[in-house]
Design a protein around this ligand. Structure first.
Ligand code: ARG
Length: 282
């Protein structure tokens, strides 16, 4: 079943078992507006959000991932977007410090969880929204700035993790976190693979991406508009928004196995698959 596929296609995509942290959307709603996707005047349905989230959870379980859970807290409707809770690597958790006060208490809540679950916690000085803006590819941390995380947090990352940190500047308010504009498909340093939405980045960042990751998947506006890039990959299986059909085809062409999920209710808060997922690296 080999189709004509790009030169960069690899038939032998290998899955690595992931460990992820998730948070049930028990208190999910849209009661404030901190990104262009959010419309507090429109109704949301928490039971639909819960059912959709459960589908994602069960899909991860069927892919063999280890799933850990943090208790949701009343009054923190965005806590479901666990990716923003911090950034973990080498058993260290760099805590989040949220840009908007509505999400402020989530930072300490996640740090408490990290401390109780085997992580050495580093308290953040600069504003940063965790894995929403920081993505690990090989030994490099891609770090977003422009809307949420401050560039100062990139220096903190360098100091804490002793890894190369590449700063990428986001320019479109609809793609306000790096994980809405860029997906890591394969973090293996030998053959890293990413996908991104070119129009979400400033020219210098685009040059950097082209130089470092030539031949990457470039996603179009239609797929980006359903937060298609906000996906989670284990190196072989890529969990994406069902509606991101162009992205789905690009993934198949390159030997990945896409799995679609519908998180339409959580999209009303401006988040998708990746936002609901924080990778734990102990
Ligand atoms: N309503 C949340 C916010 O604007 C959505 C966060 C989405 N998370 C993500 N990792 N992109 O902060």
């Amino acid at each position: 079943m080999t189709l004509t596929s790009p030169e960069s296609a690899r038939a032998d995509r290998v899955a690595t078992r992931r460990t992820v942290l998730m948070c049930r959307p028990d208190f999910y709603t849209v009661s404030y507006r901190i990104n262009p996707w959010m419309h507090p005047e429109d109704p949301t349905d928490t039971s639909v959000a819960l059912a959709q989230w459960q589908t994602l959870h069960d899909l991860y379980a069927s892919l063999g991932y280890a799933i850990e859970l943090i208790d949701p807290e009343p009054g923190l409707p965005d806590m479901v977007y666990a990716a923003n809770g911090g950034f973990t690597l080498d058993g260290i958790a760099y805590g989040a410090r949220f840009q908007y006060p509505e999400r402020g208490p989530e930072g300490p809540a996640y740090m408490r969880w990290f401390a109780e679950h085997g992580f050495e916690v580093r308290e953040p000085v600069s504003v940063n929204e965790g894995e929403g803006d920081f993505l690990l590819v090989g030994d490099t941390i891609l770090a977003g700035t422009g809307f949420r995380s401050d560039a100062g947090s990139h220096d903190e990352l360098r100091r804490i993790f002793d890894r190369e940190v590449l700063t990428l500047r986001l320019v479109n308010p609809s793609f306000y976190h790096l994980d809405t504009a860029l997906a890591v498909l394969d973090p293996d340093p030998e053959h890293p693979a990413i996908a991104y939405l070119p129009s979400a980045f400033d020219p210098a960042s685009l040059d950097l991406l082209e130089e470092r990751y030539p031949g990457s998947v470039q996603v179009d506006d239609a797929d980006a508009a359903v937060l298609g890039l906000n996906s989670f990959s284990d190196g072989r299986n890529v969990v994406i928004a069902t509606r991101a059909t162009g992205f789905e085809q690009s993934l198949r062409d390159r030997g990945f196995v896409p799995h679609g999920v519908d998180l339409s209710e959580l999209l009303l808060g401006g988040g998708g698959v990746k936002c609901c997922t924080l990778e734990l690296r102990r």
